[in-house]
Design a protein around this ligand. Structure first.
Ligand code: BTN
Length: 245
């Protein structure tokens, strides 16, 4: 990963740039990194605030030879890699909230957005977007998100090198991706579950079709969340916002 790096000062969104490169045939491992995003995107059509020089705003093009239903697993790989990179560079302990939020002390430090182009039976490309809050100060955040967002420097109380984070992240990601391609999802699942906070807890899952409350009992082999409601009925959650009760 990272054999081709597209570095930009300012972009709309590194996702958009990466999509274009992928459409134009960019090879697996191509990376787009920017200092600033004007319209950074989050999951569920949200905005992702990406001020200049403060974070890691990056999109990675992957082209695994796999069927489309395996795509959610790749999001989980990214979350594991982020937790490991944060630990390696800062010594801070981070946790994963399904599917793709990385938290420190319960506050969001990283968001991951995985988008896919596929035909009926094959993934054509995966664009894995990773946003890590590195050197923001608390005052840099709008009031309404100060209680739910944080940055590595807020948690560590010192400036953190973004270059080191990127380097460590790419290294971890490469190792985990190779592990995944060679041995499948099982070893990733074990790592992921060891960093996850929501498993075994009562949660509220807000999906597009309504809210389900129950106990998160694990993730499936495909990386989908399993939730058991009060009646003991199991639900497979493909996409939702999770709140711990
Ligand atoms: C989320 O938590 O909702 C996902 C946020 C993903 C943000 C990253 S920053 C790099 C890449 N470019 C974007 O526009 N979004 C992702």
């Amino acid at each position: 990963l990272g054999s081709h790096i597209h570095y930009e000062e300012t972009v709309d969104s590194t996702q958009k740039v990466a999509h274009q490169l992928a459409t134009d045939g960019a090879s697996e491992g191509t990376i787009v990194v920017a200092e600033e995003q004007i319209s950074g995107r989050g999951r569920m059509d949200r905005k992702w605030i990406s001020p200049k020089y403060t974070g890691v705003w990056m999109s990675i093009i992957l082209r695994p030879q796999l069927p489309p239903h395996r795509a959610p697993q790749l999001t989980l790989i990214a979350a594991v890699a982020v937790v490991q990179a944060i630990e390696e560079v800062t010594g801070l302990t981070a946790e994963i909230k399904w599917p793709n939020d990385v938290l420190i002390n319960g506050k969001k430090i990283t968001g991951i957005l995985t988008e896919m182009q596929a035909d009926a039976d094959r993934i054509v490309s995966i664009i894995m977007g990773i946003g890590i809050n590195v050197n923001q100060k608390l005052d840099d955040y709008p009031k309404e998100i100060q209680s739910i967002a944080t940055s590595l420097s807020i948690e560590k109380k010192e400036e953190i090198s973004r270059a080191q984070i990127i380097q460590s992240l790419l290294f971890k990601l490469e190792k985990l991706y190779q592990l995944y391609l060679q041995h499948g999802f099982q070893p990733i699942r074990i790592l992921w579950e060891s960093y996850a906070i929501s498993i075994g807890k009562r949660i509220k899952a807000r999906t597009l079709s309504g809210t389900i409350t129950g106990k998160a009992i694990g993730i499936t082999d495909e990386g989908i969340l399993l939730l058991e409601d009060e009646a003991g009925v199991q639900h497979q959650i493909y996409s939702a916002d999770i709140e711990l009760e």
